[in-house]
Design a protein around this ligand. Structure first.
Ligand code: C5P
Length: 406
């Protein structure tokens, strides 16, 4: 229930993507938001007000002169007490109106009349040529300058049969972006590199050694860092998770590939968070061909060689500049308190996040303990995204302290 108690004004303008906004409305309600729909006349050509009314559970307003509004002040009343206004889909024409402060229908008027603290987010949806038209680009630049958040658009095939930028973001992506807009931007302007998931160490072309890490915690940290305003790169071992919206993802398989991808991208990063469960060893004598069963039941003899410790490698590069700020994770099966503090010192890092291994792998919930130079702090059991947001704010506090010291 990420949007519990939030009041969202959802504006629909003319575009075929209106059909996605029915799903969007439902997704917002499911997450606990109270959704007030306002539609332009053009939007009504694409989807009925009845559909939006049934999905939102509130009267849909379309007309500035609606006789049902006793004081004729819908353009004022609808945004009072609102937490955000989201225009989805937002047509090229409505972008033009917003850029010029037009007030010629209910939706444009309420955007201009909304209190300054109520954020306005728009999800453009239009044909690629309309999106790339210099006039549209000019208007979009004006919206950005005015502090309006532009969500997307994405590129791909369009309902008109053409291909390119102009597709509205998917409902789930818009929900994520809306949730992100409510988070404090404590990492704004920071670059964060994160490793996540397991690694896979081949034995032969079809077999390998891996572990039970699902990647959920690392992906949650990536999402939380993006929500906090950071530019996020996620180096991920094999997982089945979708990439958090707005995060750059680099896929790797082995610990060696993860090491190389991290070292290639570490320069200029402010924070490194090693969440991945990296294999400590790889098979030294991996076969190029699939190993065959041997007659008489003999088993292949595997030899192992130790992998480089990515976190320790990054931490050793920080000694001169102090950047990036390194955060490690440790999954222990026992004596977490004792091992956690010792591991932080051994790895030479300022912050180590401890959790109990078997209880965290693949789960949606977790309990974590933060170890730093002044002791430890327990973050009680919660879902991984909640914990990731708390961790991000703890990291931001420590970065703040650092920059005050330098
Ligand atoms: O020593 P241990 O494997 O318990 O340390 C866990 C931490 O070190 C995690 O942050 C993990 O991502 C990181 N690590 C690493 N490279 C390795 C092994 C662990 O970056 N080869």
């Amino acid at each position: 229930m990420d949007l519990k108690g939030k009041k969202i004004v959802l504006g629909l303008t003319g575009g075929v993507a209106c059909y996605k906004s029915a799903e969007l409305c439902r997704a917002l309600v499911k997450r606990g938001a109270s959704v007030q729909v306002v539609m332009t006349e053009a939007a009504l050509h694409f989807i009925g007000a009845v559909t939006m009314q049934a999905l939102s559970g509130h009267t849909v307003y379309t007309d500035q002169w609606d006789p049902r509004v006793a004081n004729n002040m819908a353009h004022i009343d609808l945004t009072r007490g609102a937490d955000a206004v989201l225009i989805s889909p937002c047509s090229a024409d409505f972008i033009r109106k917003l850029a010029h402060g037009a007030c010629d229908d209910l939706l444009s008027t309420l955007c201009v009349a909304r209190p300054r603290h109520v954020p306005l987010l728009v999800a453009p949806a239009m044909n690629v040529e309309m999106w790339e038209n210099p006039a549209t680009m000019r208007n979009v630049a004006q919206l950005r300058e005015d502090g309006i958040h532009i969500l997307g658009p994405a590129a791909g095939s369009q309902a008109c049969g053409e291909t390119g930028y102009g597709r509205m973001l998917e409902p789930e992506e818009l929900v994520d972006e809306l949730i992100a807009s409510f988070q404090h931007k404590v990492l704004l302007g920071r670059r964060v590199l994160i490793t996540a998931g397991p690694t896979f160490e081949p034995i032969d072309p079809v077999r390998g050694i891996t572990n039970l890490s699902s990647g959920k915690m690392g992906y949650a940290v990536a999402r939380a860092a993006h929500e906090a305003g950071a530019e996020v790169t996620l180096v991920s071992g094999p997982t089945s998770l979708p990439t958090p919206h707005g995060v750059r993802r680099i896929d790797v398989l082995t610990a060696q590939q993860m090491h190389d991808a991290v070292m290639a991208g570490i320069e200029g990063q402010h924070v490194f968070v090693g969440v991945a469960a990296v294999a400590d060893w790889r098979v030294a004598n991996a076969s190029d061909q699939k190993l065959k069963k041997q007659e008489g039941g003999g088993a292949p003899q595997l030899e192992f060689v130790q992998n480089a410790d990515i976190l320790a490698s990054v931490a050793s590069t920080t000694s001169l500049s102090g950047w990036p700020y390194c955060v490690g994770f440790a999954a222990e099966s026992e004596n977490l308190m004792e091992f956690g503090a010792a591991k932080r010192e051994r790895k030479g890092i300022p912050l180590l996040v401890g959790n109990i291994g078997p209880q965290t792998f693949g789960q949606d919930d977790n309990t974590i303990i933060l170890f730093d130079e002044s002791g430890h702090t327990v973050l009680p059991r919660a879902d991984k995204l909640t914990l990731a947001r708390q961790l991000v704010s703890e990291i931001a506090k420590r970065l703040e302290r650092r920059s005050l010291l330098t």
